[in-house]
Design a protein around this ligand. Structure first.
Ligand code: PSU
Ligand code: MN
Length: 302
């Protein structure tokens, strides 16, 4: 079974019930943000978690070992070329001793749960892809949220996905979707997708109380925090860019796990410099909110 190696700092924090925030490694690898912005994103997220009074725990598979919490010297390794590892790929990454398996949301949530870490911060989650009624392409992130006892903090999901179906899917599999001081499901670069979240929350203690009242002990909660207002991108410009990115994806015959990295790459190109500061700001904001929630969870357990 999955038995991740915890860094000494994470092991000590989990053992004594102190707040910990897990993070994924795909966004910091070549599959997520371009260099040197990936390093900046990692630094800012780690700093935001620490400033909020929690211990950061980056997840990855390094040399075939599933890890929760890396030391500063190892952080450099996840900035390089990774092989995308969703939850089902963890076993393969371990069995085949991959040098660097870059964990997605589903893999990170599985690793966090196995390590006893209950809060996880990311940028955006995967979801139901547009056209999923034909292709069947639904991110494993959604089932992972339903099957691991972890609170995932994200800025919603990018609008290249079918966000309405993504919310329907989360309802079907029983994942509460909460809006952090906000009524709308965020669309990553923009504060609102135009779709309402089921429930709004104002503070970490409220999220902790909701988490502790779940009917299924192995299920999670999705907490969506919108990008800070001053960092939001223009929704009309984004619509056009997304339309082109998706048609390029079709034209190139891309499918399966390659879809998300391909579309992300096209969006980054097409928005020029503008998407990067927005991406960094929302990731940092999620790390900050996640730390607040982790502190509340730790207090509720004390
Ligand atoms: N969406 C983003 N940025 C990302 C991802 C999604 O805006 O980096 C990554 C995350 O690691 C997420 C994964 O878990 O892509 C989902 O991939 P797929 O659609 O293949 O499940
Ligand atoms: Mn997919």
């Amino acid at each position: 079974m999955l038995e991740p190696a915890l860094s000494p700092e994470v092991l000590a924090a989990v053992g004594s019930g102190r707040p910990v925030v897990a993070m994924e490694s795909t966004i910091f690898s070549n599959l997520g943000l371009a260099s040197p912005f990936n390093a900046e994103a990692l630094d800012r997220c780690v700093a935001a978690v620490r400033a909020g009074g929690a211990v950061p725990a980056v997840t990855a598979v390094l040399d075939g070992v599933p890890r929760v919490g890396l030391d500063d010297a190892e952080h450099g390794r996840i900035l390089g070329r990774g092989r995308k590892a969703a939850e089902r790929d963890l076993a393969v990454a371990i069995g085949q001793a991959w040098p660097f398996g870059a964990t997605t949301v589903s893999a990170s949530v599985a690793l966090a749960a196995a390590a006893g870490v209950r809060v996880f911060a990311t940028g955006g989650i995967g979801g139901v892809h547009r056209g999923a009624e034909i292709t069947g392409d639904i991110s494993a992130d959604l089932d992972a949220l339903a099957h691991h006892p972890v609170i995932t903090v994200c800025a919603g999901a990018k609008a290249f996905l079918d966000l309405a179906r993504t919310l329907e899917y989360l309802e079907t599999v029983g994942v509460p979707v909460l809006g952090w001081q906000h009524d709308w499901f965020p669309a990553f670069y923009t504060r609102s997708s135009g779709l309402r979240v089921a429930h709004r929350v104002e503070a970490g203690a409220e999220v902790a109380a909701i988490f502790n009242a779940r009917s299924r002990p192995d299920s999670g909660v999705l907490l969506t925090a919108p990008i800070p207002a001053q960092d939001e991108l223009d929704p009309t410009m984004l619509d056009e860019i997304l339309r082109r990115a998706l048609s390029d994806c079709d034209g190139a015959g891309i499918s399966g796990a390659a879809v998300t990295p391909f579309v992300l790459g096209r969006i980054a190109e097409a928005t020029g410099g503008r998407s990067i500061p927005a991406n960094l700001a929302l990731a940092e904001n999620n790390a900050r909110v996640a730390a607040e929630v982790a502190v509340a969870i730790s207090r509720a357990d004390a």
